[in-house]
Design a protein around this ligand. Structure first.
Ligand code: UDX
Length: 438
């Protein structure tokens, strides 16, 4: 059967999922309550920077498989399978996740349903949410519609969203019936037989996502904890990390020491996971995540300290160039960006900070009008007493130390991502420092 799909919520996850499902050959209708966003998407104008996504969007708008709407009646009428892709941000002043957007989707969709359908949650949620939403769906859907819920967490990374959606390393299905499993297996069949599919219950599927993000965050904080010990013992965490990576049981991915993790997922997800465990009486199991979070935040403080030390103990009267505003390269996402956090702190401590980022500059400007911005790395570095590399864009890795040296006031650089070749910079008479290295 050729299922007709809808995607509810067209943010990062939803826009990607809608475009990629159309790319697989399905007819897809995307919905968002933000009419301005829908207008932009209809025009093929992607509100986010994500390599390759615009092309997939435009192609599938043109061939007619992908459409967008703001009407719940229209999606209820159209869809056999409704993917729910709304955000679950951190609650203000709390660690817990705010799942109210998910409730709103179910409450808006269910009363309009007119026929059999499957509602599939993709958002990252506190365990127990799927069962609660499943009950709500059944309660609110008109009788005879046989509406059912499934949970299918998404693991895509920003910057690789299209690739990760079309070539996932696994598919996890939290289902309550064979019917739901069959529908989802059919939908993902075009991804190929090699993709492992784990079929399980609601709570396990929710926890897989929580656990994956907790593990990744822990791996990053582990190597950053080693960086702290290296700093105290004149050892080199980059070489340590390299040596660890050859042990296949450890592996080299997510073992890059530096300024630590940020973004819209890892920081808030580990906090929400701890909060949920607390509600369930299992808080002891996750107290280590508090340390993971603390280690991560300490890297930012250490970066500020190192920069201050390099300029002689105080930022007053100093110009600081910050290279990078996005939370990671190949993204314009500045949510919980370690780079911007450091820039803002140095500003508060009296430094004149000029920030440059290849694509996140507009977002940074909007969020932090108090900072100064440069239109290029060289422009941001002009007259700087210290240069801080805080997001490892390739453009920064490719910088010519000699050319940059011509514009700065003093040749001092802190490599917050351990991305540069120390020898090259030192050979060009730069005072090069990095987190976790002598
Ligand atoms: C993450 C998960 O990878 C993804 O599976 C999940 O669906 C959402 O959260 P994302 O937020 O896009 O994806 O970014 P990711 O590539 O995981 O990087 C997260 C942060 O960790 C970045 O700030 C990055 O700079 C940092 N990081 C990553 C390190 O500091 N060191 C590393 O070795 C790897």
């Amino acid at each position: 059967m050729a299922y007709r799909l809808t995607v509810l919520g067209t943010g990062y996850l939803g826009a990607t999922h809608a475009a990629c499902m159309a790319e697989l050959g399905f007819e897809v209708l995307g919905l968002d309550v933000d009419a301005a966003k829908i207008e932009r998407l209809r025009a093929g104008d992607l509100p986010i920077h994500e390599p390759g996504l615009r092309e997939v969007l435009v192609r599938n708008l043109a061939n007619g498989r992908l459409r967008f709407t703001t009407s719940y009646e229209e999606v209820a009428e159209f869809g056999d399978v409704h993917f729910v892709c709304v955000g679950t941000p951190q609650k203000r002043g709390e660690n817990a996740a705010d799942v109210s957007y998910l409730d709103a989707v179910v409450e808006s969709l269910a009363p309009h349903l007119t026929r059999e359908c499957l509602v599939v949650g993709k958002s990252t949620v506190p365990v127990g949410t799927a069962q609660r939403l499943a009950d709500k769906l059944v309660r609110l859907a008109p009788s005879g519609t046989n509406a059912e819920l499934a949970w299918n967490p998404e693991f895509l990374r920003e910057g690789f969203a299209v690739q990760d959606t079309l070539h996932p390393n696994r598919i996890v299905l939290g289902v309550a019936s064979e019917r739901a499993e069959k529908i989802l297996r059919d939908i993902y069949a075009p991804l190929g037989e090699d993709v492992p599919v784990v079929v399980t219950d609601y709570p396990t599927s929710e926890l897989v996502k929580n656990a994956a993000n907790a593990f990744l965050a822990t791996k990053i904080s582990f190597i950053n904890a080693m960086a702290e010990v290296c700093e105290s013992s004149h050892a080199d965490v980059k070489q340590l990390s390299l040596a660890l990576s050859f042990d296949e049981r450890i592996g080299g991915k997510f073992l890059n020491p530096g300024l630590g993790f940020g973004g819209g997922c890892l920081p808030k997800d580990i906090r929400a996971f701890m909060a949920r465990a607390g509600e369930l009486g299992a808080d002891q199991a996750l107290t280590f995540l508090r340390e993971v979070d603390a280690i991560n935040m300490r890297r930012r403080a250490r970066m500020v300290d190192l920069a201050r030390e390099l300029v002689g103990g105080s930022f007053h009267g100093c110009t600081v160039a910050v290279l990078g505003a996005a939370f990671k390269p190949n993204s314009d996402d500045i949510r919980d960006s370690p780079a911007l956090d450091v820039a803002v702190t140095i500003g508060h401590q009296g430094g004149r900070v000029t920030v440059y980022d290849p694509v996140a500059l507009d977002n940074a400007r909007m969020a932090h009008p108090e900072l100064t911005y440069g239109e290029s790395a060289l422009a941001a570095a002009r007259g700087a007493h210290v240069v801080l590399l805080l997001t490892e864009w390739q453009e920064f890795i490719d910088l010519d130390p000699e050319e940059l040296g011509q514009v700065v006031a003093t040749r001092k650089i802190v490599d917050g991502r351990n991305a540069l070749d120390a020898e090259t910079w030192r050979a060009a008479a730069w005072h090069y420092r990095a987190l976790g290295r002598p």
